[in-house]
Design a protein around this ligand. Structure first.
Ligand code: TMP
Length: 406
């Protein structure tokens, strides 16, 4: 692709991670077939500032009945979504006939609280594997990709508009945002809000968090690019809040144009992004030089530990770690296995790098010398609950914001 997926402006390429597999494409241990690979590279639009992937992976290859990721795997995230739901119940969903739709509801981590409060809700989740879990938890879910036609069908079937359309870690996964916005237009009440939260480009750049870049993350939002995107489709960005979760995100609140007074947070973050020239090619090229250094430092450390005869395992078979392992060339000779709590990842091999994934029990049986924390976005939670690993002399390897042993 050479032009922006949203506005057709010129795309300037600035970072190439080479060929990469599907980040959630965990393999059976005896798998000997071909894996799907694509070129993972980034571009920035000279016109609307949107940072995006240069190549699009077909959606059905990523989100289907095998999708393993469960949003409820972290206690911090469970609390985050519980608080999010309570906030919506106090603000947008106060009327007795309130209706809320969540796009990409996963296992229902957020909708659970709305269901408990008796609020009419619907999750739209294309991955059957996780939608089934939500359904078993008593949440209303339709197993579909959200797009304009889905929205029209929901609007008709429900016979009422939605006061809230919410999406966490979902909108940045969807290249065809034009259809998303047309769908939101069809579904949303006149005074309703479309709220979504996704990794923030400024946090990715500042922390050299290059592992946020993988097949599923098509867009890397900033307040500047989201504001332009909303405007393009007849909406307006009215609030932008920085969130600490998943390594740094922004929650965007979007309303129909002129329906709500924009909060000062929008102007403040727009100004900040302008001053620091967040979407300038110079800034992004400098980011990519930091990425290369981070890769070199990590590989050097892992090779050194291997030469010293240390045992290193990975912690958290995250989708993010697919980029790290494949870009750095880390295989099971450097990291003997990855511990992960997700049932559908255990017993399989990591995509592209083919490192075995084992249950949490393998981590302490016996503890390794070093644990490479692939789930660094959950560092506080994990390091606290794995206190015995450190007591046993174990050390954590982190690579965000830079490679370090702690
Ligand atoms: P995420 O960073 O995309 O949320 O993925 C986190 C992955 O790490 C997911 O596969 C679950 C796993 N995990 C653990 O194995 N142990 C933990 O304590 C946590 C929080 C996550």
């Amino acid at each position: 692709m050479t032009s922006c997926r949203i506005c057709g402006g010129r795309l300037h390429e600035f970072g190439d991670f080479g060929t990469q597999p599907l980040s959630s494409g965990f393999l059976e241990p005896d798998y000997i077939g071909d894996e799907y690979f694509f070129r993972l590279a980034l571009g920035v639009c000279a016109s609307c500032s949107m940072v995006q992937l240069m190549e699009e992976v077909p959606r059905h290859l990523m989100f289907n009945g095998h999708y393993p990721y469960l949003s409820s795997g972290s206690s911090v995230m469970r609390k985050h979504f519980e608080q999010t739901a309570q906030h919506f119940l106090r603000t947008e969903l106060t009327s007795p006939d309130a209706f809320a739709v969540e796009l990409g509801c996963n296992d229902g981590i957020m909708l659970r609280a709305l269901a408990d409060a008796g609020v009419r809700h619907l999750g739209v989740e294309p991955s059957e594997s996780v939608a089934d879990i939500a359904r078993r938890n008593g949440i209303r879910v339709t197993t579909e990709f959200f797009q304009e036609s889905t929205a029209t069908e929901i609007r008709e079937a429900e016979g009422r508009p939605a006061q809230l359309v919410y999406a966490a870690n979902t909108i940045c996964h969807i290249p065809y945002v034009d259809s998303i916005f047309r769908g939101v237009d069809a579904l949303l009440a006149d005074d309703g809000v479309f709220v979504f939260e996704d990794p923030y480009l400024a946090d990715i750049v500042d922390k050299t968090a290059y592992d946020q870049i993988y097949d599923e993350h098509f867009y890397f939002f900033s307040v500047t690019s989201v504001s332009a995107m909303a405007q393009r489709f007849g909406f307006e960005l009215v609030k932008a809040e920085r969130l600490p979760v998943h390594g740094g995100e922004v929650r965007y609140t979007i309303a129909r144009q002129g329906r709500r007074t924009p909060d000062s947070s929008v102007a403040a973050l727009l100004a900040e992004e302008k001053v620091r020239r967040l979407a300038d090619l110079d800034t992004l090229n400098a980011f990519f030089r930091n990425v290369e250094k981070s890769r070199d430092d990590l590989v050097e450390l892992l090779r050194q530990l291997k030469a010293e005869g240390r045992r290193v395992v990975g912690y958290g078979a995250t989708a993010k770690s697919a980029t790290v392992a494949n870009y750095c060339g880390i295989g099971r000779e450097l990291v003997s296995f990855v511990s992960d709590t997700t049932p559908n990842k255990q017993g399989r091999l990591t995509p592209g790098s083919h490192i075995p994934v084992r249950p949490r029990s393998a981590f302490e049986n016996p503890y390794p010398d070093y644990a490479l924390l692939f789930a660094w976005n959950h560092a506080e939670e994990i390091i606290a609950k794995e206190i015995r690993f450190r007591e046993a002399g174990g050390k954590w390897i982190l690579y965000v914001p830079h490679v370090q042993v702690v």
